[in-house]
Design a binder for this molecule. Sequence first.
Ligand code: AMP
Length: 288
Amino acid sequence: MEIITTAADLRYAIARERINGKRVGLVPTMGYLHDGHAALIEASRLECDLTVVSIFVNPTQFGPTEDLSIYPRDFLRDEKLCRGAGVDVLFAPDTEEVYPAQFQTFVEPGDLASPLCGAFRPGHFRGVATVVSKLFNMVQPDVAFFGQKDFQQCAVVRRMAIDLNLPIKIVTVPTIREPDGLAMSSRNRYLSDEERRRALAISAGLFAAEAEFRSGERNVEKLVAIAKRQLETVDRLQYLELVDSDTLKSAESPLIRPAALCAAAYIGATRLIDNVTFALPTQQDKRL
Ligand code: AMP
C-alpha cells in the first residue's frame, strides 16, 4: 500500500496504474475507520482494480460550533486497517494541500441539501460537495463508494455527479451496524457506556417502523409515529422524517414511491444520524 500526501504525487501514482487499464475506485473518508468504511473498501475491491482511500477531516463541512477540533483521529490504526483490507493507495493530505491559501471556490448543491441535516447544519453539504468534487478531480476515479448511513450525502453527491457531468459511477453501500443494531460511526466513540445503551433507541425506532412497513403499513404519519415512540428516550430528537428517496421531500400517504425514514438525534452531546429505506415493489416485481 502506498501512502500519499500530495495531489501531485497522487496524480502520478494513479496515472501510472491507469496506463495499464486499471479501473480506479475511491472511498472518501474522514478516518477513524470502522467496519462501515471496510464495507466500502470491500465493495471497491470487488468492482475495481485499484482502490484509493482518502482520509481527510474536511473543515468546510463543519459548522463553527461543531466537533472539528475533537473529531477522532488515529492515523496508525487507520493505516493498519487499510493495509489489512487490501487498499492500494491511502491518500492523506493536510488541510493546506486541499485548501491552499486564498481558496475561495465552492460547489453549491441545490434543494437536496436543504432538508434533514441541511436544515440544521447550514453550509454542511456545500463543504461536502466541494471536498468530494476536489477529491474526484485529484483521484479521477471510475467509481466512488459512499455509505447509505449518510443518505442525504449520497443524494447530494449523486446529483452533483450528474449536474457537473462527472464521468464517475456513484455506488451506495448499505449501512453496517453493530450486532445490536446501532449504525457504526466514528462518533460512537464519544458515547459513554450509558449513552451507548440509550443510542440504541435510534435504530430500534427505525426498525420498528420498517417492520410495520413490511407488514403492509403505508401511512406516513403512522410509520413516523411508530418510530417516534421508541425515540422518546433520546436527549433531543433533531428530526425524524419520512422522505421521498429521490427528492428528499416529505413522503406522501399512501407510500407508493421508494422512501427513506431518516433520523438525527442527540445522545448527550453526541449527534447521531441513521436511516432505513422502504423499497416498494416495481411493476416487474408485481408480475413475478
Ligand atoms: P465518514 O468517515 O464518517 O465521513 O464516512 C466516510 C464514508 O463511510 C461515507 O460514505 C459514509 O457514509 C460511510 N460510512 C460511515 N459509516 C458507515 C456505516 N456504518 N456503514 C456504511 N457506510 C458508512
